[in-house]
Write a protein that binds this ligand. Structure first.
Ligand code: ZN
Length: 242
């Protein structure tokens, strides 16, 4: 064995031992892929209470915008016959460990965390979606591509991240950054109820399509638009339990 290949062998071995010693989190080996079977969506409104998140003059407090989008998203998903658990539904502080406990307590679920972004550079704008486990990549991509259908949206990509609510998740988990509060246009939009409704709508569409297949959400929306007495049902009648 040459000196070089011996060194290489050592490197490989130490890498292997290192991986064993640090222990792999559930997201690397133990995440359950429930992306095609989930019946529950844990909707996480970022920040809250004493934790404002970002706070910018254009967009205001992040915790307010996240709660509003999360609440709208939860309503839309409920209308598609999914069970919803929110980590918070009022302006209260929830530690990250508690959010993880709530997300992992739901069997056969996925987790969607709502945030808004912040930068010192006001020109920066666009959507980002984050994941940690391989089981979450498709959902992250689908959400990102649905957000890109919003007019004038900018794509800052789908990325992996070590955020605790993603790293410690037992089930597929994503975190959506719904634009920059530090940007004049996106910050202004984040304050606008109609725009928040659109954000929630695109994310809900991605989640419903991920679960039930492409076209389901759109079909339901147009069906719901016809009979005004029936209210804004989003799932097609075949998915409804009457
Ligand atoms: Zn945030």
């Amino acid at each position: 064995m040459s000196r070089l290949s011996f060194r290489l062998l050592l490197l490989v071995l130490s890498g292997f031992l290192g991986a064993c010693a640090t222990g792999r989190g559930p997201s690397e080996t133990g995440t359950k892929d429930t992306s095609k079977s989930f019946s529950t969506v844990v909707v996480d409104a970022g920040h809250g209470g004493k934790d404002n998140g970002a706070y910018r003059k254009f967009g205001g407090a992040e915790k307010i915008a996240t709660l509003d989008v999360a609440t709208r998203l939860a309503r839309k998903l409920r209308e598609s016959d999914l069970k919803i658990v929110m980590t918070r539904s009022t302006d209260i502080f929830i530690p990250l460990e508690q959010r993880v406990a709530i997300e992992n307590a739901q069997k056969n679920s996925i987790f969607v965390s709502i945030h808004f972004n912040d930068s010192r550079r006001r020109g920066i704008h666009g959507f980002e979606t984050y994941y940690h486990s391989a089981n979450s990549i498709d959902l992250a991509r689908r959400i990102q591509s649905k957000l890109m259908t919003i007019p004038h949206s900018a794509n800052r990509g789908v990325h992996s991240a070590n955020f605790r609510v993603l790293r410690l998740a037992k089930y597929p988990a994503v975190l959506v950054e719904c634009g920059f509060l530090s940007n004049r246009l996106e910050g202004g939009e984040a304050r606008d109820a109609e725009y928040r409704e659109t954000l929630a709508d695109r994310i809900a569409e991605a989640v419903v399509e991920h679960r039930y297949g492409a076209g389901v959400y759109h079909a339901a929306k147009s069906a719901a638009a016809q009979p005004p007495s029936e209210g804004p049902g989003l799932a097609p009648s075949s998915l409804k339990r009457d």
